[in-house]
Ligand binder design. Structure first.
Ligand code: FPP
Length: 235
């Protein structure tokens, strides 16, 4: 049966976002990088609301890459403070909206109090079923794949692609349909490498703090116009 081309059928179920350009946004305004990150969080909060309101079920955000952890300690401390504030101020709001919060990445690289906040946030929203917000923190796609390979090797079993997917941090989360990157760069930067095999990519010239609701609409319209074939020919 041919898929009905309704708006809903064309809406991505899972959108992943690389929130790039906070630093450049701040620099252009002669502000410190920390101001860019603050503006990024503000933008992130409303973008998440906008996406769930449109009916997108899964939203994954690249909040901090494993490689970002090599940034100067001062900038890292600012990013950690923003994360602390995010968890303190938003978990109950997510719960009220029935949004489940999950975090992917290597927690052993994070300060202990942030790990505790992550665990509490995941626990408090575990039974929320309207949508799922996945934050990638201290995340790297290659590192995630290597961890999964080592689990498979330790189990002494060969894996199928499905069995391998289940060993990743994103087990039970469908692959992203659409990946948006702001900030004018056109690369994936170690984000969801395995999961993005057939993800539609969308690159925006806007710096993340200025990526507006209209820009989101443009990305969703662009996605709706794509023909997804997953390597097959169209019937
Ligand atoms: C890239 O911009 C962005 C980041 C390294 C961090 C993105 C994080 C946030 C928006 C806030 C943290 C998240 C939460 C959940 C509180 P950049 O600084 O590399 O920008 P540049 O490429 O212009 O320098």
């Amino acid at each position: 049966m041919k898929e009905k081309k309704t708006e809903e059928a064309r809406l991505p179920r899972h959108v992943a976002v690389i929130m790039d350009g906070n630093g450049r946004w701040a620099k252009k305004r002669l502000l410190p990088r920390s101001a860019g990150h603050k503006a990024g969080v503000k933008r992130m909060l409303s973008l998440v609301d906008q996406m769930f309101r449109r009916g997108i079920k899964y939203v994954t955000l690249y909040a901090l890459s494993a490689e970002n952890l090599a940034r100067p300690q001062e900038e890292l401390n600012e990013l950690f403070s923003l994360l602390r504030a995010y968890f303190a101020e938003n978990v109950q709001k997510l719960k009220a909206q029935e949004i489940r919060l999950s975090v992917i990445g290597d927690r052993s690289l994070l300060p202990a109090d942030i790990v505790q906040a992550i665990e509490a946030g995941e626990r408090d929203t575990l039974n929320c079923g309207k949508g799922r917000l996945i934050l990638a923190i201290a995340y790297g796609g290659r590192q995630e794949i290597v961890r999964a390979v080592n689990v498979a090797v330790a189990a002494g079993k060969q894996v199928t692609a499905e069995a391998f997917s289940a060993l990743l941090n994103t087990a039970e989360i469908p692959d992203p349909d659409l990946m948006i990157r702001t900030g004018r760069e056109t690369r994936i930067s170690n984000f969801l490498l395995w999961q993005a095999a057939y993800t539609e990519l969308y690159f925006s010239d806007k710096m993340f703090p200025e990526f507006s609701e209209k820009d989101l609409d443009a990305a969703l319209r662009d996605y709706a116009s794509r023909e997804r074939r997953f390597g097959r020919v169209k019937e």
